[in-house]
Write a protein that binds this ligand. Structure first.
Ligand SMILES: [Zn+2]
Ligand SMILES: [Zn+2]
Length: 377
């Protein structure tokens, strides 16, 4: 079974649902400064956070998208559990932020110049696994909708497969200059949105965008020992690039379902085993299930106590990418029978009397407690 989960956009930016436009802008700016890839080289986590924040900002800063998101959540935005965030938008944000807050330098290296190729966006897929699947490892086929290069136009976006024309407004530079007071400010060209090229006769299949949505089946091999929130990167399996850029990556995020018998603590597993009071008193050997299916015999020592833990070495979860295995901890739950037959009752009373235990409280409560304390001391 596979499902997609997405974080709430307000949560990502750390703002209230009632937050105003300025507050959202400020929150996004804080995140962008902190997690910008240029400031966090080779930190996939920061990159992920940056993308997440940018995506949240793209939606919450657009009144129409925000209203839809408020009413319907992620579904309202027309996708099903995928982060289809176009890396192209980074640069638009950089422009917005640079202009608004005057820190264009931070984004200097990423500013778009004309019709440069863009890497496709990364996708995220949440894969639910049973604990058994996480223990054994599993190969699953997932269906991923993603944007791929349009077959009709070969990605140019032009009907018949020609090339886009140079934008007449900006002469192909992607930016236009305008005067604000005594300053000359460069702004993204409104005619071509910074691409530097315009499509006059757009391809019908992709409506000029150069990419269309396809659903692809991918085989994903999950190694034994994975745990919640672990990510597998499938290099190049994200969305196709724009204008000949490389594809993005697909991240498969693991979500391990709760198990009816075992609870997991890292590589160790814990389970509760009910034993009868007679088994606990007399001791016995019992078979317990293990996560890999085979049963394991364990020894219950005579006089075992409620809550006593029996450790079974090497019967926990495998450790990812190693030969190690965790242990299984069996927690004994001593079950007292609710009813006794008259014969059982007679025998147990007799057994108690043999041990010097008066079952009926003929002595009186205080007296008995005093005597017990005296015996113990
Ligand atoms: Zn096309
Ligand atoms: Zn232009």
């Amino acid at each position: 079974m596979t499902t997609g989960t997405r974080r709430d956009y307000y949560e990502i930016l750390g703002v209230e649902r009632s937050a105003g436009v300025e507050e959202i802008k400020k929150a996004y700016r804080r995140m962008a400064v902190r997690y910008h890839p240029d400031k966090n080289p080779d930190n996939p986590d920061a990159e992920e956070r940056f993308k997440e924040a940018s995506e949240a900002y793209a939606v919450l800063s657009d009144p129409e998208k925000r209203a839809r998101y408020d009413r319907f959540g992620h579904e309202g935005l027309g996708d099903v559990g995928f982060t289809g965030f176009d890396s192209e938008s980074f640069v638009d944000f950089a422009d917005i932020l640079g202009d608004l807050f005057g820190f264009g330098d931070l984004f200097g290296g990423r500013r778009r110049t004309s019709h440069r190729a863009q890497r496709g966006s990364d996708l995220r897929f949440t894969m639910s696994l049973t604990l058994e699947e996480a223990a054994r490892g599993v190969t699953k086929t997932i269906r991923v909708p993603r944007l791929e290069v349009c077959d009709e136009c070969g990605g140019s976006g032009v009907a018949g497969g020609g090339s886009p024309e140079t934008c007449p407004t900006c002469g192909g530079r992607g930016q236009v200059a305008y005067r604000r007071g005594f300053l000359t400010v460069a702004q993204t060209c409104p005619s071509c949105q910074g691409h530097g090229r315009v499509v006059r006769n757009p391809c019908r299949a992709c409506r000029g965008r150069g990419r269309t949505e396809h659903e692809v089946s991918l085989e994903v091999k999950i190694p034994p020992g994975v745990d919640n929130s672990m990510r597998l990167r499938l290099s190049g399996e994200g969305e196709s690039g724009v204008r000949g850029g490389p594809p993005g990556d697909l991240y498969v995020v693991v979500a391990v379902e709760a198990h009816e018998l075992f609870t997991r603590d890292g590589a160790d597993l814990h389970m509760t085993l009910p034993v009868s009071v007679f088994q606990a008193m007399l001791g016995t050997r019992l078979r317990v299930p293990t996560i890999l299916g085979e049963e394991q015999e364990i020894e219950i020592p005579a006089g075992a106590q409620p809550g006593q833990v029996i450790r079974v070495r090497g019967k926990g979860m495998p450790v990812l990418e190693s030969r190690g295995t965790g242990d299984l901890y069996v927690h004994l739950k001593v079950v007292i029978p609710e009813r006794l037959s008259p014969e059982q009752r007679r025998l147990i009373e007799e057994a108690a009397a043999h041990g010097g235990e008066a079952v009926r409280d003929d002595e009186g409560l205080l007296h008995r407690i005093r005597r017990r304390l005296a015996n113990d001391g």
